[in-house]
Design a protein around this ligand. Sequence first.
Ligand code: UGA
Length: 345
Amino acid sequence: MLSQPLLLLASAVSCRRMKLLLGITLLAYPASAWDNLVNMRSIQENGELRIESRIEESIEPVREKIRDLKKSFTQKYSSVKFLSEKDRKIILVTGDTGFVSSHLTDKLMMDGHKVTVMDNFFKGRKRNMEHWTSQENFELINLDQIYHLVSSASPPNYTYNPIKTLKTNTMRTLNMLGLAERAGARLFLASTSEVYGDPEGLLGPRKRVAEIMCYTCVKQKGVEVRVARIFNTFGPRMHMNDDRVVSNFILQALQGEPLMVYGSGSQTRALQNTILEFAQLIRKLIASGSEIQFLSEAQDDPQRRKRSLNKAIFYFWKELEYQVNNQHIPKPKLARIRKGWIHRN
Ligand SMILES: O=C(O)[C@H]1O[C@H](OP(=O)(O)OP(=O)(O)OC[C@H]2O[C@@H](n3ccc(=O)[nH]c3=O)[C@H](O)[C@@H]2O)[C@H](O)[C@@H](O)[C@@H]1O
């Protein structure tokens, strides 16, 4: 009989314990969950902080660059370094208003050099260079035309160093053609009457190669080219030692020395009928008492090279007509020309 109440008591006790245990568990769970939550938050926050600081670290140099850039924009690059003439280089940059080249120019200018830039503004922009335009070390060239008057026609000049003459006429012509192509500019080549002369000569054949280079670039690259074969030019600023016939005879006549005619003097040039006649003319014009002396014939001396203005007039007339027709300039009426109101020269 005793065991019954004991059992009941025991079960009552364990029931209370269970309840107690259950109560404690119920209380402990939310507490630990809260704790976990708090922990997780702090881990997350720590992580976020670390990420943020890393981002900050990597962004800082970019920010610095932006600050520098802003500063440089407000400075307008006015504070270029001063370089003495010895250290200051004269630099040519082509394609300058483009992206890379415009930054290179900034660097060179800031370092104090004298920079000339050349561009046809095909891809670049003038705006990229505007901040330099008032700076005295800076020059911007936009090319439309190149006059390639390379290689002197003076015999002592081009015979002095034949390899230099060869290089000047060939390599420099190619370089200039490349520049003309790049800049979209028209190139004028000063060729010579010598291309009609001796095929072994020192100047003529080299100039002929230069001409061929020009025509090849016209065909293959569409470069606009003009070639003029210049005949026996002379005039003020010609060098005393040029050693061509005009300056030689004038100097000899002025100094009262004999005028030296090579060969018989029957050879012709564009400037006079014969060289002998030319010597006589100079002597008369200068009123010189100089004699005329005949020396042996010069080597490979072309005997006949004379002007024919008829052909030149014909081509100029055709060209003028073409230009008038294409520009829609009203042609003068024939009656007005006849009356003498408009002169047709
Ligand atoms: O300007 C030109 O077109 C050319 O002039 C000269 O070629 P050349 O035509 O022979 O011209 P000069 O040297 O002035 O001679 C002209 C003629 O006068 C003669 N001459 C020249 C000089 C002199 O003192 N005496 C003389 O009788 C020459 O024998 C030649 O027949 C140059 O050699 C070429 O490079 C140049 O392209």
